[in-house]
Design a protein around this ligand. Structure first.
Ligand code: KG4
Ligand code: ZN
Length: 373
């Protein structure tokens, strides 16, 4: 592939030549920033840029959330969330300013445009100010690769179910032959995608319809866990003409809305309704995953909805019935976090400590950024 003209200019720039003439130290600290949705996350991870077998260490890892805004607006309000990122980021960066850093990574996309811009622009400014390498990270790639931090034996290729508030897709993750600083590190073959809304969005909107005080999938799941009868409400699962691994959740949400209209807010049957709705989503996802299993050895779950225990149980049974492994990172690494951004950048540095990781300081955010290009 021919590099784009602006990339060629970037490689000729004095900034790039100066940076690429410098080596990262053997004990390198990378600062990572994540602001693609409504969590402001900062992490510093120490690692060896030349030896992937040396253990890494998390020196700092903190996230600030916006539960009050979520409650006030019943969901994420991008410009308000960005305002909060602008206040929260200096606070988090201040809290770790005593730790020396040698490289910076940040989410460049995909995500809510005003939110991504806060973190990416802060990273660009810091990289320029400190004259250290800047690494562009694809948010969904970070979700997909973080399982390798906790499971070092997980080798490419593998299948990943990326299931979050903005995405629901099945991808085959493999090595990429040509790597450019502004592209994802790995190749992603899209096996299945949502045809309408993401599973996380269906759960968040479901929580709102059920009038939960916290409009999130986690709150819906907590309510559902109290149910004694998860089959008391019938949902019709999306049926496709052919056995396709694509997902569809908006019909289930419409059905939930119809049931909610027949219940008063305090009706105790809301518990069973939440459980039946969650079960329908879990069953639909499990049916779709089943289609892509032949020929693979392991499935990696990632993204916020991967924390859902009902989903984990259902997929775990499916995988063990097929003699396959299910890998689920710990909950704190499934939801948005900055460690996964650091990890994706570290994997890039391990591939080529200099040329593959340096993003031009002129690189803009990519709020819409397909994983499979
Ligand atoms: O990956 P993530 O933190 O942010 C995005 O990139 O979207 O995922 C957030 C999504 C939200 O929809 C949230 O409701 C959902 O993950 N989520 C859960 C659980 N924890 C988070 N959904 C179901 N059960 C959970 N325990
Ligand atoms: Zn995410």
């Amino acid at each position: 592939m021919k590099p784009h003209l602006s990339r060629i200019n970037h490689y000729k720039s004095p900034h790039f030549r100066w940076l690429s003439s410098r080596r990262l130290p053997d004990h390198c600290n990378i600062l990572a920033i994540e602001t693609s949705c409504d969590d402001t996350c900062v992490s510093i991870v120490s690692f060896s840029p030349t030896d992937r077998h040396k253990p890494y260490e998390v020196l700092f890892d903190r996230s600030l959330h916006q539960p009050d805004l979520l409650k006030a607006y019943g969901g994420v309000y991008p410009f308000k969330a960005a305002e909060r990122h602008r206040a929260a980021l200096p606070e988090l960066l201040g809290a770790c300013s005593h730790i020396p850093i040698h490289a910076i990574a940040a989410t460049r996309g995909p995500g809510l445009a005003p939110c991504v811009a806060v973190g990416w622009n802060a990273a660009k400014m810091l990289a320029a100010r400190l004259a250290i390498p800047l690494i562009s990270v694809h948010h969904m790639e970070a979700h997909a690769l973080v399982a390798r931090a906790t499971n070092p034996t997980l080798t490419l290729p593998f299948i990943s179910l990326l299931i979050s508030g903005g995405h629901t897709m099945l991808v085959r993750v493999d090595n990429r032959s040509t790597i450019l600083p502004s592209d994802p590190l790995c190749s992603y073959k899209l096996l299945g995608n949502t045809l309408d809304i993401a599973a996380g969005e269906a759960l968040d909107k479901g929580a709102r319809l059920l009038q939960l005080s916290e409009p999130t999938g986690a709150a819906l799941s907590r309510l559902a866990d109290q149910s004694q009868d998860i089959n008391s409400f019938r949902f019709s699962l999306p049926i496709s003409q052919r056995p396709s691994p694509d997902f569809s959740f908006s019909g289930l949400l419409t059905e939930l809305s119809k049931y909610c209209n027949s219940l008063v807010p305090e009706d105790p049957r809301r518990i069973d309704l939440a459980a039946s709705y969650q079960q329908a989503i879990v069953q639909h996802v499990t049916d779709r995953v089943k289609i892509v299993l032949p020929g693979s050895t392991s499935l990696v779950l990632s993204g916020g909805v991967a924390c859902n225990t009902a989903l984990q149980r259902s997929l775990s049974k499916l995988l063990s019935d097929n003699n396959m492994d299910l890998l689920v990172p710990p909950p704190a690494l499934c939801t948005d976090n900055a460690f996964m951004i650091a990890w994706a950048a570290i994997e890039r540095i391990w591939c080529d400590p200099i040329n593959l990781c340096l993003a031009p300081l002129t690189l803009e955010t990519a709020p819409v950024w397909p994983l499979d290009n």
